[in-house]
Design a protein around this ligand. Structure first.
Ligand SMILES: *Cc1c(COP(=O)(O)O)cnc(C)c1O
Length: 352
């Protein structure tokens, strides 16, 4: 595929202070844009990062046909740039697209477009350990029509932003049993904008109570744990690693979750993907068997949980320094990403 590219006359990459990268505040020099109209994608273009202009009647603003992905590119010690499992994000993007009545984005645009964009902006991929280039592909409906109907015009874009080392201060989690994130038949399994819009009020209320994030429970019984914000969740109960299974369509199939399961199993740990109730977690806590709990996601990678609040009970976890599993997993994933540990699963997609 041949992508028309309009380059910036001067890169802004040297303006980034590598020792103090503020995530999501700075965007790289270029962005990818592709338009869908009359049932087909037009040729994508790479252009300088800039504002986009649109009609106030643009449908996604009103009716929310809007989806996204989150991916990271890493630079190894030899200076080579690779993206972590982008084909898995591409497949998940199209699962989200299908549920939201949006067109499939072909590999040529999503993967090859991303590769061309990252190659052009390779100087934006930070070099120090723990840093990466965050890649944000997204698509939204662009019909200029305020009647409610499935849209026919769409825009797909990719922007990128350097991300510094994520400091994983252990998080305090509030187990939510009033508000609901997802329910069977809904859109919980998609990375659709509306899922996040609906979570903002519960998040604000949770912060006021002194907790960092919400652990969502199921919308029917408020009993089965689902996931946290933009992370999947793992519990180590006794010597078993347990994570909620994906059946039921309420939980996002995280690429980090899948990587964690594969690495842990390969290393000989018992990993169970199954329905997990908050009562089982509480019982384990009373038996001193709640050993570790952590979130997994592209942004934070592994986020240890120090405290879980549920219905009047505060469950404190053992000190994170003493955890075996999460700390091993974090190191293993970083090793693969920065090229220190062999990439046995071929997860790193080389750009340049
Ligand atoms: C993005 C996201 C995750 C994590 O998925 P990764 O592919 O590991 O980044 C988990 N849950 C939700 C709701 C998310 O939006």
């Amino acid at each position: 595929m041949n992508i028309n590219t309009l380059k910036v006359s001067e890169s802004r990459s040297n303006q980034v202070d590598a020792s103090n990268i503020q995530f999501g505040k700075t965007y790289s020099d270029h962005m990818l844009v592709a338009e869908y109209e009359n049932g087909e994608w037009k040729q994508p273009e790479i252009v300088p990062y800039e504002n986009i202009s649109m009609s106030p009647a643009t449908t996604f603003i009103h009716y929310g046909q809007s989806i996204f992905e989150g991916i990271k590119a890493y630079k190894n010690e030899a200076g080579e740039v690779s993206i972590f499992r982008p084909h898995d994000n591409w497949k998940r993007f199209n699962i989200s697209a299908e549920r939201m009545a949006m067109p499939d984005v072909p590999e040529d645009i999503f993967i090859n477009g991303m590769k061309a964009l990252i190659e052009l902006d390779k100087d934006w991929v930070p070099t120090s350990e723990g840093c990466s280039l965050y890649i944000r592909p997204f698509m939204f409906a662009t019909d200029e029509f305020i009647g409610v109907k499935p849209a026919e015009k769409f825009k797909f874009m990719i922007i990128t932003s350097p991300a510094g080392a994520y400091y994983n201060k252990p998080t305090k989690i509030y187990v939510q049993n009033k508000y609901v994130r997802a329910f069977p038949g809904g859109i919980g399994f998609t990375k659709a904008a509306g899922n996040y819009g609906a979570s903002m009020l519960p998040t604000l209320e949770t912060r006021k109570l002194g907790y960092d994030q919400i652990l969502w429970t199921d919308g029917v019984d408020h009993k089965y744990v689902q996931e946290i914000g933009t992370m999947n969740v793992f519990f180590v109960l006794g010597d078993k690693v347990i994570t909620p299974d994906l059946s039921g369509g309420c939980i996002l199939a995280g690429v980090t979750r899948d990587s964690a399961i594969k690495l842990l199993k390969e290393h000989g740990y018992t990993v169970e993907e199954r329905p997990l109730t908050i009562d089982e977690i509480r019982d384990s806590f009373y038996k001193n068997e709640l050993m570790e709990a952590f979130g997994t996601g592209t942004a934070a990678v592994i986020a240890p949980i120090s405290e879980l609040y549920y219905d009047g009970l505060t469950m404190n976890l053992p000190p994170v320094e003493n955890w075996k599993i999460a700390n091993w997993l974090k190191n293993e994933l970083a090793g693969i990403r920065y090229g220190r540990i062999e990439d046995r699963h071929h997860w790193m997609f080389k750009v340049c």
